[in-house]
Design a protein around this ligand. Sequence first.
Ligand code: IPM
Ligand code: MG
Length: 364
Amino acid sequence: MKIAVLAGDGIGPEIVAQAVAVLEALKLPLQLEYALVGGAAYEALGHPLPEATLEICQRADAILFGAVGDWKYDSLERKLRPEQAILGLRKHFGLFANFRPAILYPELANASSLKPEIVSGLDILIIRELTGDIYFGQPRGRRAASDGEFDGATEAFDTMRYSEPEIRRIAHVAFKAARKRSKRLTSVDKANVLETFQFWKEIMIEVSKEYPDVALDHMYVDNAAMQLVKAPKNFDVIVTGNMFGDILSDEAAMLTGSIGMLPSASLNTKSFGLYEPSHGSAPDIAGQGIANPLATILSAAMMLRYTFNNSLGATTIEVAVKQVLAQGLRTADIFQAGAGTTKVGTVEMGQAVVEAINGIMKKT
Ligand code: IPM
Ligand code: MG
């Protein structure tokens, strides 16, 4: 099992170390190769996604990714910014299918900003197209005024764009995922305004004919944003484009109380995948040992399931995480003073999951 480990910036190294410890606890034949990415790579090698890092990823079956970014790089030109590393990896490996589950663990029902009756039992899956849309559309740039009145640019533009095959392949991924769950799929678009998403909707309807057992419905993105806080449990699987998916997945994540809990998988047409927490690099708490490692640990579980076809290993990690939550262990982001809960740091949380895994493995 060849895994490229790209810890990145901010809290990245701390949380990734715990996910690695968890994978090691499962006694799998791991071959880990570490590489620099993001701001850390820029500092050392002058580029956020150096050739050497790409080569290590290319040799691997999967990438375990921490997070990239720091405010101190805000003034860098766009192509050198840490975010370009993750966008570059997505594009380079064709990681078009992004799975972002939002699950509310019963122990954390009070951590949500919504009333327990609205969110308890929440279990939705957002499938975000990840290599198209306005993120990658051309042309993009800045234009100066034609009359030469200003020296600098007077307008900036990006292009929203989807091709038929791009929509079709994410549609198939989404219908297949819905088929394995409640057989309900909501496609989120802005077909009332945008040509791109009128096209998106038409292709979704066409592909749906191949999945007569899955009920497809359509929702405009503004309404979807509202429904997610009004009645989130009405959703099961959501499929949407890159930009809308970016926004809605953060919103869905917060329904569960903390973005620190949510994993993600970005997959291509083979079993290759990049696995990362849904949250960012959180430079404000980096190095303090207080970040929640569970999103990264659960991303490692997704890696076992999707790339290595090891659902037993994946389930073992997920059960172990539930056990430590049931024991009352909480990092600061999910801590609520109260009966039976203990505030712990990053390492303690990771080690508790390792111990829970050791316990489960002894029994089986
Ligand atoms: C995400 C992030 C990225 C995105 C950034 C860091 C480029 O917000 O993975 O959701 O916009 O896709
Ligand atoms: Mg985002």
